[in-house]
Ligand binder design. Structure first.
Ligand code: DX5
Ligand code: ZN
Length: 224
């Protein structure tokens, strides 16, 4: 069984106290910090730049899982690698040479990952799996751009197809993950779970992370 990991998204943290949000997530048992980067072009919203990754990396010792929702990721991967990103996720829908950009991320010593929107067919990323251009796939279970949206369960079929094709790959799921959706997502084959609004609204984030981890572990096992 692959590692089950919980990755709080600081998009849902209090922007007036971002460093504290990162430290709170780490103290609560988070495995990685998920940083949502939005350029206002690829998605309608604008969020963080490389300096926020730098801030997060300076405040915690867990890895930085950086989700680039930008139309030209190739123009920014160096800045995000230099800022301390451990995993860099680019969208298959982005305007870039995907294999070249993933190879550049790997050449910078970072983990390359591919992500796909809910309406994008899973076959579009098979080349990335078959050639092992990526270490991780991020399956979007909401339309990217905003936190707090409803989980789209139809993407579970895509997770199952990815897990069947590439048993070795880390499969992250992002959007609408909470104590109700973590189980079904894990049962279909996801092993990394991004959660923003659900985790940051908890009074006891540690208990919520522990519960998610337990549910994911039990559901993942029951699926295999
Ligand atoms: C959406 C982002 C997500 C977002 C998830 O575009 O990629 O990472 O922060 O937020 P929740 O968990 O609130 O759906
Ligand atoms: Zn994200």
């Amino acid at each position: 069984m692959p590692d089950i990991q919980i990755m709080p998204s600081i998009l849902a943290a209090d922007f007036g106290h971002l460093a504290e949000g990162c430290r709170r997530a780490e103290a609560a048992g988070a495995d990685q910090i998920h940083v949502d980067v939005m350029d206002g072009v690829f998605v309608p919203n604008i969020s963080f730049g490389p300096d926020v990754v730098k801030m997060s990396a300076a405040n915690v010792s867990i890895p930085q899982n950086v989700h680039l929702m930008v139309s030209r990721p190739q123009d920014h991967i160096k800045a995000f690698a230099d800022a301390g990103s451990d995993t860099i996720q680019i969208h298959i829908e982005a305007k870039c040479d995907v294999p070249e950009t993933l190879a550049a991320i790997r050449a910078m010593g970072r983990r390359p990952a591919i992500t796909l929107n809910p309406e994008t067919p899973v076959e579009s990323i098979f080349e990335c799996l078959d050639n092992r251009w990526v270490d991780e796939v991020l399956v979007m279970s909401v339309h990217p751009g905003f936190g707090g949206q409803k989980y789209i369960s139809a993407v579970e079929d895509k997770i199952a197809a990815i897990r069947q094709r590439a048993g070795w790959v880390d499969i992250a799921i992002d959007g609408g993950i909470d104590d109700q959706t973590v189980g079904p997502a894990a049962a279909s084959g996801a092993n990394l779970f991004v959660a923003g609004s659900y985790l940051f609204r908890q009074e006891d984030m540690a208990a919520a992370i522990a519960d998610m981890r337990k549910q994911a572990t039990e559901s993942y096992c029951s699926a295999i």
